[in-house]
Design a protein around this ligand. Structure first.
Ligand SMILES: [Zn+2]
Ligand SMILES: [Zn+2]
Length: 157
């Protein structure tokens, strides 16, 4: 994703915090910088680990308090892949209609977009008298490693 779009999303989020009269502390800034400099999907624990690389003072509590603000702003989506933790996605601001395929064993996630899918979903919705507002398809699967080797190279978190 273009750096320009990234920094626009970051500015939007900082404005969002300001409107809520929330202080932009150093910890919070480190978290925000981290979120808007990656296009990787992440868990709360991963975000904590990455943010601490920028600023070792970032606390778990601040990460867990900042995540709901990120999702409330609409710039980050919380996704439930049926795991016992949530996965966060920073890519919806720029790609509102993207889909995911996830390996059930190692949590490898690949994004994809498909015009054929969108056409099909519009067609189905129209036939049922609905209008599509947003669409996301999630495919749970086994990644190539799992298929070939019977185990995933990069296991979990
Ligand atoms: Zn995504
Ligand atoms: Zn896998």
């Amino acid at each position: 994703m273009a750096d320009l779009e990234r920094s626009a999303a970051k500015e939007k989020f900082l404005n969002f915090l300001e409107q809520k009269n929330l202080r932009i502390t150093n910890q919070r800034r480190a978290i925000v910088e981290t979120v808007f400099s990656t296009d990787q999907h992440f868990t709360a624990e991963q975000l904590l680990e990455w943010s601490r690389k920028r600023d070792s003072s970032v606390s778990r509590a601040t990460v867990y308090r900042t995540l709901p603000l990120l999702t409330e702003s609409g710039l980050v989506h919380e996704m439930d892949f049926g795991k016992d933790y949530k996965i966060y996605d920073p890519n919806y601001a720029d790609h509102p209609n993207h889909n995911h395929i996830i390996c059930d064993d190692c949590d490898k996630i690949v994004e994809f977009e498909s015009e054929r899918l969108e056409t099909l979903e519009n067609e189905i919705s129209q036939n049922l008298g609905f209008t599509v507002k947003s669409q996301q398809l999630r495919i749970n699967a086994s990644c190539e490693d799992m298929k070939k080797l019977g185990a995933c190279n990069k296991k979990g978190h």
